[in-house]
Design a protein around this ligand. Structure first.
Ligand code: C2E
Ligand code: MG
Ligand code: MG
Length: 691
């Protein structure tokens, strides 16, 4: 874009320059043509002046030649000097021809009128004709002939002088006017020279100004281009290089490392749970945190290392540290970002996961470096965050599979055909009366994923992925909404059952959780007192105080809370007491061995007593045998859940089971006798997904 703009700007400039140049050349040409005429005039005047100079002394010569002739004639007759008769004849001819040429060329002097001149010339001719035979036949010593000749010419003596003076005068005047003309012409040449010089100077000046303007415009464009390039290669928030910049630098690093047989590392950083900072403190605080984090990172590295921000909470670093140093470098990075940030009065703690790739032995192109550091980052995050991992070839297969699943799971959440489905596992009420049929009082919603390619994927596998990538929020709210919709339908069909849904520890860090759940209740028409949220004892809950507050809000609105998998976590009694619990779910692992293991029996008894003491309901998970039922019943355990009563099943099968149970209950009421109807007949087995 910038280049195209530059080009069109340049084209415009060149057009303008050409136009100005043509105009200047045109003006100069006009001046030159005007003065060219002047030049021709000058050249003709120079010719004229030459002619004039050569004819200026015509009159003088006539006189001189006349006097010389007379002298030669006299000298010849009197024998003075070496004058011969031939010389006399020659001088006579010269004089005559001069007179003749003046007469025939009609060079009449200005002061003489034509008539006067004609008479003068005719008289001269006549006199010469008369004198001619005397001259031809002249002899040495012939004084008589000499005086006849002198007499013959006497009358014109004065006239020749007069003519000569008149001719000379005319020529002088002509010469003067010619001189004036020449002066004028020379002035013209001066003007021509001045205008040419002025034109030249004008063109040069115009060119100079234009060149200056063009240079200034180019400088401006260069500055603008540099700015555009800076913006294109840098992140506006932190002023660090961006992804494009990193790619350029990575190629340079590779070239240099190749030439010098060296290696370098690429670090990819991801701030753990940065989204929570944005959600909790708002985006301006999040932005400030990123700026501060960028400053801390830049502070650690040398100027020839590259620190870039790839977007969001992702940073990248190119560094020439060798293999031994890299561990120290990464530790410094993690330490730098884990000390608290104080922003707008809030003290904020974050942690960082780092993935590291290395050129050339582990990854040998820019793309590979990026991909491998990303795989390593993924591995670091899975290993529990706030840690780092160096890329290993073995990571590829495992992580790519996980990454593939992650992408598929996101797609599945947004499509009908992604294979996600909610299954329901029945929960039955243990009655006092041993002979009474056990009835389904609730269901636990358990998500299932029938992957279009990989088939059924165990929840533990993909829930783990959903948790580590943050998809769990969306997944759980999808499950809750689906389950509420189904249960509301069953309520309408007369099945008064409660619904338990699992909350992930991750969700307890989401301060909008209560609002989201209330929204689902409003949208689906689900009664709050029919909903139980199952939470686990987890160290992953970051801010227990906030979590407790949220659970309180939910509980006050009638939603029940159950502690899932009780006995496997690390909760102390104080923590348990701080939670607004309604129910404990004894973990399957204790129930499984109550028939054989005395210790487990004691433990289960203890848990039930504890629950009783705290006024909580007890649900036993993983009930698979009648003996287990008997034992749990003897402890006055309230509810049982397990394969014995039904595996998790799809909603159609659950409805069928509820219908069948209702029919049997009706039959039971009708018979109204003491017949022992075993609860097993009220169960429905679904073996689609054996865990
Ligand atoms: P959980 O909440 O403790 O769920 C009970 C698990 O025990 C279920 O496994 C269920 O199929 C299994 N189970 C029930 N009765 C028996 C039995 O008699 N014998 C045996 N061997 N197993 C039994 P599932 O469905 O594989 O789920 C595993 C875990 O995945 C759940 O444990 C829960 O923590 C999580 N989970 C499942 N669905 C969701 C969900 O929608 N959201 C969340 N956040 N977590 C879920
Ligand atoms: Mg559960
Ligand atoms: Mg459980």
């Amino acid at each position: 874009m910038a280049n195209q703009g530059h080009e069109s700007e340049m084209k415009k400039q060149i057009k303008w320059l050409a136009l100005i140049y043509l105009a200047a050349v045109g003006a100069l040409l006009f001046l030159e043509v005007a003065h060219f005429k002047e030049m021709r005039k000058v050249s003709s005047q120079i010719g004229e002046s030459y002619d004039l100079i050569s004819s200026r002394d015509e009159g003088l010569r006539l006189e001189v030649e006349y006097r010389r002739f007379q002298y030669k004639v006299a000298s010849y007759v009197r024998g003075q000097g070496e004058v011969s008769h031939a010389d006399v004849l020659t001088w006579f001819d010269i004089f005559w021809s001069r007179a003749h040429s003046i007469a025939t060329e009609n060079s009449i002097p200005d002061g003489m009128d034509a008539k006067q001149a004609t008479i003068l010339f005719a008289d001269m001719r006549e006199a010469l004709k008369q004198v001619d035979p005397l001259v031809q036949n002249l002899r040495r010593g012939d004084e008589e002939a000499l005086s006849a000749i002198q007499k013959g010419l006497e009358a014109f003596d004065g006239r020749v002088t007069e003519l000569a003076v008149a001719i000379a005068q005319t020529r002088v005047e002509e010469a003067a006017s010619l001189q004036d003309n020449l002066d004028l012409a020379l002035q013209g040449i001066d003007t021509l020279l001045i205008t040419s010089t002025a034109g030249g100077v004008l063109i040069l000046t115009l060119f100079g100004v234009e060149a200056f303007r063009a240079r200034r415009a180019e400088r401006k464009i260069k500055i603008r281009e540099a700015r555009v390039r800076f913006l294109a290669e840098h992140d506006s928030l932190t002023r660090l290089g961006n992804r494009a910049y990193l790619n350029i630098k990575m190629k340079e690093f590779i070239k240099e490392a190749k030439a010098q047989d060296e290696s370098f590392h690429l670090l990819l950083l991801d701030l753990d749970k940065f989204k929570d900072v944005n959600d909790t403190f708002g985006h301006p605080t999040g932005d400030q945190l990123l700026k501060n984090a960028a400053r801390r990172l830049s502070g650690i590295f040398r100027s020839d290392d590259i620190v870039a921000r790839l977007g969001g909470d992702e940073f990248a670093i190119l560094i020439k540290a060798d293999m031994l140093d890299i561990e120290k470098v990464v530790s410094r990075v993690i330490a730098a970002l884990s000390s608290s940030f104080v922003i707008n009065g809030h003290e904020i703690h974050i942690s960082t996961s780092v993935g590291v790739s290395r050129y050339p032995d582990l990854s040998d192109t820019a793309d590979d470096l990026m991909r491998d550091a990303d795989l390593a980052l993924y591995a670091a995050k899975n290993a529990g965050r706030n840690t780092w991992a160096l890329y290993k070839h073995s990571m590829s297969v495992e992580i790519k599979h996980r990454m593939g699943l992650e992408a598929d799971l996101r797609n599945a959440l947004n499509s009908e055909t992604g294979g996600l489905e909610v299954y329901y596992q029945p929960q039955v009420l243990f009655t006092e009366n041993k002979n009474e049929a056990l009835s389904v009082v609730g269901v636990e919603a358990l998500v299932r994923w029938f992957h279009p390619e990989h088939g059924a994927i165990p929840p533990m596998d993909f829930i783990d992925i959903a948790e580590s990538t943050g998809i769990i929020d969306e997944l759980s709210s999808w499950v809750t909404r689906q389950a509420c919709e189904d249960v509301v339908l069953w309520h309408k069909a007369g099945f008064d059952i409660s619904l338990a849904v699992n909350l992930s520890p991750h969700q307890l860090n989401n301060r909008y959780l209560p609002d989201e759940i209330f929204q689902v209740l409003r949208d689906t028409g689900m009664a709050a007192d029919k909903l139980t949220l199952e939470i686990t004892e987890s160290a992953a809950v970051q801010n227990t105080q906030t979590a407790v507050e949220m659970l309180d809000i939910l509980n006050k609105r009638g939603i029940s809370l159950a502690m899932d998998d009780f006995g496997t976590g690390y909760s102390n009694l104080g923590y348990l007491k701080s939670l607004p619990l309604d129910c404990l779910k004894i973990d399957r692992s204790f129930v499984t061995h109550i028939e054989t293991n005395e210790e487990d029996r004691k433990l289960v008894r203890g848990i039930v007593n504890l629950a009783r003491g705290m006024g909580l309901k007890v649900v036993a998970e993983g009930v698979e045998t009648e003996h287990q039922v008997e034992f749990l019943r003897s402890l006055h355990c309230d509810v049982g859940q397990g394969y014995l009563f039904g595996r998790p099943m799809n909603k159609l099968k659950l409805v069928a089971m509820l219908e069948r149970e209702r029919a049997q209950a009706n039959l039971w009421n009708e018979l109204n006798d003491n017949e022992d109807v075993p609860y097993r007949e009220a169960t429905f087995h679904d073996d689609e997904l054996s865990s």
